[in-house]
Design a protein around this ligand. Structure first.
Ligand code: E4P
Length: 218
């Protein structure tokens, strides 16, 4: 499973990139607003740090506007994936941008049929939002399972399932169990994946016993 960092914060991206565990980045207008920084400059900086796809979202709502914005964003760096919303116009823009050789991430996906449309429109990624479905008492993971089952029925559907709106380590595990190709994960949750109380307890015990030997390795 690929891990994308779900943030526009450069310091977080630099720190996470050092682990070698990050295969891409996703941003959205809300994440960009949180940084208070210039959008295109931020995308350029992220693309220089991360080799994999960096999603940058259009803000126009009509197909022509999305295509024009998408081309501008794609020109920032080779690894920009243009993010378009899962609307009728978004699907038209997805088709046009994908045909022009741009990677497209179709976002705000909340149903299996929407994911099927994104795949048919040539998206490189479709982003089902797990947490936001859970927020309204629906089952985000059920959606991941449905999309996986549908895509696996048809060899021609090569769009990657990018599990988004992930809120917890358990979301990451469930998405991996269900075969999501990618999980885009907030930095705090990525860091949380490594934590286990028995790891800390075990390490403390090993270090205490090692101290008793009076030895040093280096
Ligand atoms: C990423 O592509 C999405 O925009 C993001 O995961 C949404 O997460 P949220 O529902 O926590 O805002």
């Amino acid at each position: 499973m690929k891990f994308f960092a779900d943030t526009a914060d450069i310091d977080d991206i630099r720190d996470l990139a050092e682990t070698g565990l990050i295969d891409g980045v996703t941003t959205n207008p809300s994440l960009v607003a949180k940084t208070g920084r210039d959008f295109k400059e931020t995308v350029r900086e992220i693309c220089a740090i991360i080799d994999g796809p960096v999603s940058a979202e259009v803000t126009a709502t009509d197909a022509a506007g999305m295509i024009a914005e998408g081309r501008l964003l794609a020109a920032i760096a080779d690894n920009v994936a243009v993010k378009v919303p899962l609307t009728w116009d978004g699907l038209k823009a997805c088709r046009a941008l994908a045909q022009g050789g741009t990677q497209v991430n179709v976002t705000l996906c909340f149903s299996a049929n929407q994911a099927l449309l994104a795949a048919k429109a040539g998206a490189s990624f479709v982003s089902p939002f797990i947490g936001r479905l859970d927020d309204i008492a629906l089952d985000g993971m059920e959606l991941i399972g449905e999309i996986r089952a549908i895509f696996d029925n048809y060899e021609a559907l090569t769009t990657e399932i990018l599990a988004a709106s992930i809120r917890s380590p358990n979301h990451v595990k469930q998405a991996a169990l269900l075969g999501a190709d990618v999980a885009t994960i907030p930095p705090s949750v990525i860091r949380g994946l490594v934590k286990h109380p028995l790891t800390d307890k075990g390490l403390d015990a090993f270090l205490a016993d090692w101290k008793k030997t009076g030895q040093s390795i280096a």
